[in-house]
Ligand binder design. Structure first.
Ligand SMILES: NC(=O)c1ccc[n+]([C@@H]2O[C@H](COP(=O)([O-])OP(=O)(O)OC[C@H]3O[C@@H](n4cnc5c(N)ncnc54)[C@H](O)[C@@H]3O)[C@@H](O)[C@H]2O)c1
Length: 328
């Protein structure tokens, strides 16, 4: 159980908020769930219970459901946050609304309470300026479903007290996360930036006629996909042996795509208002049945890979592969 962050508030009871609440309940925290919309109270409570059931269906709960729900308070009154040690804002992605939510949180929580946002796109440096006490503010970015993923990025804004972010990183281990601390606010987060670099290169190869989309996807899936869950890209370099990388970098880096243009396929998608499997207009052809199959199979796969990765995570932990400066 988390020692310093035991009473945690979550503001916003949508898809991510309810999933984060279950992740925190599952790790033994007391959770104060607040919806800024009084009319959402019943529906939001229901959403949390549904997510808890999903975690149970995945056999991720060690105790029965009432053991967790007794640690849950759901309210539409910000005053319920009065004893929180951390409050995570998880409301719609609108800057003006987030600003007013921070004002209401700060009006009730103690000065020692850390305040965080799960924002996907608004810079922490911008959100931070809306706080009366910006040094206690940071990004805590979760992946869906929050109770069945290890990913967590903690982002410092320029005014964040780094020691607070380090404390959150330590405590997040008790939430069964593998947290990464970003000492500076960057656009796009670490994983997105790495992936965007791969997309840029991928589209270039396709548009040069080197390979088709399905062929490229297969390479990525069956090569990188076969090792990425057990080690990151740099551990992989050590594993493979470092001797040839210097020369390869010298040869390959100048050949990599450095374009600032959005790939033409994305312009076409924009025009057709494509949302992939969600409206059956995507980069691949989809039918209702194939979309459902993909969703269904991904849910099962997600559960299996979570368990598989966990077995090796525990074994490799014993190796304690920290950086020489102690950063994890
Ligand atoms: N969906 C994801 O996979 C994902 C992943 C990472 C981060 N995020 C981020 O998490 C946050 C929430 O995303 P979500 O997917 O849960 O959204 P959602 O639309 O499911 O839920 C948004 C919630 O915001 C609150 N809300 C709605 N209108 C409001 C208003 N006018 N005033 C105050 N509160 C209001 C409600 O509690 C609502 O349930 C966003 O900042 C989003 O960028 C989402």
């Amino acid at each position: 159980m988390s020692e310093k962050l035991h009473i945690i508030g979550v503001v916003g009871l949508g898809l991510m908020g309810s999933s984060i609440i279950v992740a925190l309940l599952k790790s033994g925290c007391q959770v104060i769930a607040v919806t800024p919309l009084p009319e959402e109270l019943e529906e939001g409570t229901q959403r949390i219970l549904e997510q808890l059931q999903l975690a149970d269906d995945m056999h991720l709960l060690k105790e029965n459901q009432p053991t967790y729900t007794k640690n849950l308070t759901v309210s539409s009154d910000y005053k319920a946050l009065i004893n929180c040690q951390l409050v995570i804002e998880c409301i719609i992605e609108l800057e003006e609304i987030k600003k007013s939510v921070y004002q209401q949180i700060e009006a009730v929580v103690p000065i020692s309470c850390v305040i965080a946002s799960n924002t996907s796109a608004i810079p922490i440096n911008i959100l931070q300026q809306y706080l009366q006490h910006p040094s206690r503010f940071m990004g805590i970015h979760w992946a869906e479903p929050a109770y069945a993923t290890r990913f967590l990025e903690i982002t410092c804004g320029e005014k964040t007290d780094v020691s607070l972010a380090e404390m959150v990183q330590e405590e997040a281990i008790h939430w069964e996360k593998e947290p990464t601390l970003l000492y500076k606010d960057i656009r796009g987060f670490i994983t997105n930036r790495l992936l965007y670099a791969a997309y840029r290169q991928g589209f270039e190869l396709i548009n040069q006629g080197v390979v088709g989309m399905a062929g490229l996807d297969k390479c990525f899936q069956y090569d990188i996909g076969s090792w990425i869950t057990i080690m990151g890209i740099f551990k992989r370099m050590d594993y493979v042996g470092l001797n040839h990388y210097f020369q390869t970098y010298q040869t390959i880096f100048p050949k990599l795509c450095n374009s600032h243009e959005v790939p033409r396929q994305m312009e076409e998608i924009l025009q057709t208002k494509g949302r992939g499997i969600h409206n059956l207009k995507g980069l691949y052809p989809h039918s209702e049945q194939s979309a459902k199959q993909l969703e269904h199979n991904f849910a099962i796969f997600n559960e299996e890979i979570y368990r598989l990765a966990d077995r090796y995570r525990n074994r490799l932990k014993e190796l304690n592969l920290a950086e020489p400066n102690g950063k994890q």
